[in-house]
Design a protein. Structure first.
Length: 567
């Protein structure tokens, strides 16, 4: 028991100055001991939008019931997504923690503070409206401490209502989360599928699914991609597993779009994996997705499974059209039977991979990486099913081109109106003999670009150049697509690309009578699309930035700054 002593001095009152009467003593003040109790332990509860809740890789929402406060924390569906809290402690030590969470399936995570990590199992609570408490411990130092919850599975962390830290002398940290201002999209595009479409965290980079890169092709102020694809799922177990299709169909609304792509895991009849679905049953599950989405007023789009990097005797196979595994054909059949918008990604990807050839398709599209090429794959990778980011971007591009071919379907109008303008990305080689470089194409502003060279047997790579400037001496160079046509040149064997300093760029702005149209709209053509042949392209380059559906007012308010920034 801590004790505090209250003491007093013995006071003497002296009368006179030495020659006066006898001094008079004053009774001393009694010395007392007062027992003061120690500080009591307190519970500090940290909740969203309050002191001590610092950040989240995800959103704060209140869709599912049963939470306290203003909502709950819903992380992105990926490995390595984080929630960060802050607590202030007067004394270093270990402190008890309780976390209130909800999840329909097991979603283990790690809880870390000051370099000490503990595992939190987060077993299934039975659903997103059933809340449980998991316990753990954090190691704190005197002062401010960050507590970080880190997801370890592709589904992300469970929904978190609050974290309670118990102990003596602790208070909530000073940080307060401010939700980012994001455009409010009128329409959402839900993606359901398998690992070829799913999201991946930074620890898996450059692996990416096409659902992860699809947003780059759409105006996020009008269309928001909600990627719900999940690795390892077939049409059957995506439909039946709690927390997958049941959550999507609850969230999807009238006017939203549903992109559906399965087949990779449906054909997997491995005895240790419960996901095989016969082509006949596969058609039934696709029909379920379509009819249930339509019942909610949503618009389904069926997407056939893309090809794998599989060859027989040097010839590209299409495993999704082979006998007994014609899942591409089954997808097309359901689309025809139910009059559903259909993108034949299987054929489009087959044509792309075949045109690139084995070497380029392997190393530029699929997750086939040399040892040390990326930090996350020090031993390399030989995965011919999944994609690196550049391959996922290509799959997204092919899907968008397929959607544009559906422009006569009235239900596609909102979707196609939200497709962003694509600029030409030109990749050239200078001085090379037999080297391979990234292929040219067209992408919207902001799309991540990865260019790569594979030097031929007689070539030595020197550098990447842009407008005559050396931008990288490394064979892999990453940047983002600007709001204009863009050229990169790979220089080999000492060659130095020259820049035409007299070249003039002519920017064109306007509406649909001027705009460019992709092959899916042919023969529709804007005059800006055919303007270049009237000019000497060694002196004048046309950059057509016209957009359909824009007036002078809407173009000025929403797009003019992008055009002007390129001058």
């Amino acid at each position: 028991m801590s004790k505090y002593i209250v003491s007093s001095l013995l006071l003497l009152s002296l009368f006179g100055c030495g020659d006066s009467a006898t001094d008079k003593a004053v009774d001393p003040i009694t010395i007392q001991e007062i027992e003061v109790p120690p500080p009591e332990p307190v519970d500090v509860i940290l909740q969203e939008m309050e002191a001590g809740f610092c950040s989240i890789d995800g959103i704060i929402e209140g869709t599912n019931l049963g939470f306290t406060g203003v909502g709950y924390a819903n992380t992105d569906n990926a490995v390595d997504t984080k929630i960060t809290w802050q607590i202030n402690a007067t004394t270093a030590g270990d402190y008890d923690v309780e976390i209130t969470y909800a999840t329909p399936n097991d979603r283990p995570a790690t809880l870390t503070s000051n370099g000490v990590a503990t595992s939190v199992p987060f077993a299934s609570s039975g659903g997103f409206e059933s809340w449980l408490i998991d316990t753990s411990m954090v190691t704190l130092v005197a002062g401010d401490n960050d507590i970080v919850l880190n997801s370890t599975v592709i589904e992300g962390a469970p929904n978190i209502d609050s974290i309670k830290v118990s102990g003596v002398g602790i208070t909530a940290g000073a940080c307060i989360y401010v939700a980012p201002v994001v455009p409010t999209a009128d329409t959402q595009i839900f993606v359901i599928g398998d690992s070829t479409a799913a999201n991946y965290g930074v620890s898996k980079y450059p692996q990416a699914g096409w659902g992860q890169t699809l947003q780059y092709f759409f105006d996020d102020s009008s269309l928001e991609v909600m990627n719900r694809a999940r690795g390892g799922r077939s049409s059957r177990n995506f439909y039946s597993e709690i927390g997958l299709w049941d959550e999507v169909i609850q969230e999807i609304d009238t006017g939203d779009y549903l992109f559906i792509q399965f087949g990779h895991n449906d054909r997997d009849n491995s005895p240790d994996k419960d996901r095989y679905t016969s082509p006949e049953d596969f058609e039934g599950y696709l029909a379920n997705f379509v009819t249930e989405a339509r019942a909610k007023g949503a618009i389904p789009v069926l997407v056939s499974p893309m090809v794998m990097n599989a060859y027989r005797d040097g010839v590209l196979r299409n495993v999704f059209t082979e006998g007994g595994s014609d899942y591409a054909g089954s997808t097309a059949k359901v689309a025809n039977d139910l009059d559903v918008a259909y993108v034949d990604l299987n054929q489009k990807s087959y044509d792309l991979v075949k045109s690139l050839g084995i070497e380029q398709a392997s190393h530029y599209l699929y997750l086939i990486l040399d040892a040390g090429e990326y930090p996350n794959y020090s031993d390399g990778s030989n995965d011919g099913t999944h994609f690196q980011e550049s391959g996922a971007v290509e799959m997204s591009r092919l899907i968008v081109e397929g959607l544009e071919e559906l422009n006569t379907r009235t239900e596609m109008t909102t979707l196609l109106d939200g497709v962003k303008r694509r600029n030409e990305f030109i990749v050239e080689a200078k001085g090379a003999n037999d080297s391979i470089i990234t292929a040219s194409n067209a992408y919207p502003e902001g799309t991540p670009l990865t260019v790569k060279t594979i030097a031929g047997s007689t070539d030595t790579f020197n550098a990447w150049y842009s407008v005559g400037q050396n931008v990288s001496d490394v064979n892999i160079y990453q940047t983002t697509m600007p709001n204009s046509n863009y050229t990169l040149v790979a220089a080999f064997n000492g060659a130095v690309p020259l820049t035409n300093t007299n070249l003039v760029t002519l920017h064109i702005i306007g509406d649909s009578t001027v705009a460019d149209y992709t092959a899916g709209y042919y023969p529709q053509t804007g005059w800006g699309q055919v303007f270049q042949p009237f000019f000497d392209d060694s002196k004048v380059i046309i950059n057509n930035e016209a957009l359909g559906g824009r007036s002078s007012k809407s173009f000025y308010e929403n797009h003019w700054d992008d055009t002007a920034s390129a001058f």
